[in-house]
Design a protein around this ligand. Structure first.
Ligand SMILES: [Zn+2]
Length: 438
């Protein structure tokens, strides 16, 4: 009896330590690298020899494909990934910063530096992680180069206008830099962006041999990244997610099709006070006062596009509640380009089309200590990457539109934070049993 009482007290001590001591999260926390290859369509690896991407699928997880948010464009989609919010909530509604009242239009690269375009009340992951004690960096990643509520990302690299996107020597240097941030400077989260294969996809089209070449180069740099992770002994402490922002489709041109020239259907100068139309398959315009119905009716007659009044867009677009989007939104059918007055458009490939089109879907791969191996996931929406990243970093997410339930499958069952669950339950059971004996 005496022995049982001693054992009982000992068990009380042990159980209370296991149950009451909060998990020392910082010891278990893994680091996270998020890599984005702009415009990497989901099937780009299927007609090119990609040994490193293939090995990733064996050593980690692969989604069949993932779906970008509606508005399949670089800045809006990247910001959904890093905030877990739909475009109507984060309000980065175009690659170009614009103002419909002043008619201001700021080009894409330049808008990367404008906090007033990005900082609309929704906090991206870098800032949330920093506010919870983590160290973060952004390397060329859209949205990483500005301040949110006055707070900047701990370390930022911004690509200058005209920066070459396909230089493999620079790619290696960038990977070396980022990996050393993890190994030598204890960064917890780094986002790394590559401008390819988007550029080649636009310039040559997704079916051109040069697109296959750039995919082979991307495959090489993924192998280089894995070697760097090994050489810096980060295999057990670093999780890596590799994804993109949208796909790419071939633009249909004359004489194959009748290209869209919007001015044939409405007098743009007379009816619209603001427009961004010559930008692939997605167009926006502000009708002059009292002209909204006239603009809508005129565009409804144009073939190969769908015109929406902003507030009447389908709920599933998650765009209609945006305050920033102008009242009229035009979406061309897959492969059609929106021209306002003349055909000056030289791109052979583009995006910006409906996110339900398979050509707009993109890749998702992940590997590292927290991910399953040789696991193929069903497709999911990119908005769900955010809660997954918060789980991996063990931080409290901001309000978001994603769900961890969608991506939890990718992780080893139970996950890090439940490690003490089973022993604690077992000890409690013994304790209850003993107390009945004593
Ligand atoms: Zn693009």
């Amino acid at each position: 009896m005496r022995l049982q009482l001693d054992l009982f007290l000992l068990l009380v001590l042990v159980v209370s330590r296991v149950v009451c001591t909060p998990l020392k999260k910082s010891e278990d926390r893994k680091k996270l690298l998020l890599v984005s290859f702009d415009g990497f369509r989901w099937d780009y690896d299927q007609d090119v020899d990609t040994p490193n991407l293939d090995q990733l699928a064996v050593d980690g997880v692969k989604a069949k494909y993932i779906t970008p948010p509606m508005l399949t464009m670089t800045s809006p989609s990247h910001f959904t990934t890093i905030t877990g919010r739909w475009v109507e909530d984060h309000e980065v509604v175009h690659n170009m910063m614009f103002n419909t009242t002043t008619n201001l239009k700021v080009p894409h690269k330049e808008s990367m530096k404008r906090s007033e375009w990005w900082d609309n009340g929704v906090l991206p992951l870098w800032i949330t992680a920093q506010n919870q004690g983590l160290k973060t960096a952004s390397f060329f990643f859209p949205g990483g180069g500005v301040s949110y509520r006055g707070q900047a990302v701990n370390r930022t690299r911004l690509a200058e206008v005209g920066h070459p996107d396909d230089n493999v020597t620079e790619w290696r240097q960038n990977v070396d830099t980022v990996v050393s941030w993890f190994s030598k400077e204890e960064f917890d989260l780094v986002t790394l962006y590559f401008g390819e294969p988007d550029n080649v996809g636009h310039a040559k089209g997704p079916d051109h041999p040069d697109r296959k070449k750039i995919i082979a180069q991307i495959d090489y740099i993924i192998g280089y990244l894995r070697d760097a992770i090994n050489n810096h002994n980060l295999m057990d402490s670093l999780n890596v997610i590799i994804t993109s922002d949208h796909g790419m489709t071939t633009i249909k041109k004359r004489p194959q099709v009748d290209e869209i020239i919007l001015n044939k259907y409405l007098n743009l100068i007379k009816l619209a006070s603001f427009e961004i139309l010559d930008y692939g398959g997605f167009g926006i315009l502000t009708p002059r006062p009292g002209k909204e119905q006239e603009v809508y009716d005129a565009l409804s007659k144009a073939p190969n596009l769908t015109v929406y009044k902003k507030h009447e867009m389908p709920e599933s677009f998650h765009l209609g509640r945006s305050e920033r989007l102008p009242p009229i939104v035009v979406m061309a059918d897959l492969g059609f380009n929106l021209n306002s007055r003349f055909i000056v458009y030289v791109n052979k490939g583009d995006h910006g089309f409906h996110n339900g089109e398979m050509d707009m879907k993109m890749i998702f791969r992940a590997f590292g200590p927290s991910f399953k191996k040789n696991f193929v996931s069903e497709p999911f929406d990119s908005v769900h990457i955010y809660p997954l990243m918060c789980e991996l970093l063990q931080i409290q997410p901001e309000p978001h539109n994603g769900s961890l339930e969608v991506t939890r499958d990718l992780l080893w069952s139970g996950g890090e934070s439940h490690r003490t669950g089973l022993p604690a339950a077992l000890l409690l059971w013994v304790l209850v049993w003993l107390s009945s004996v004593v």
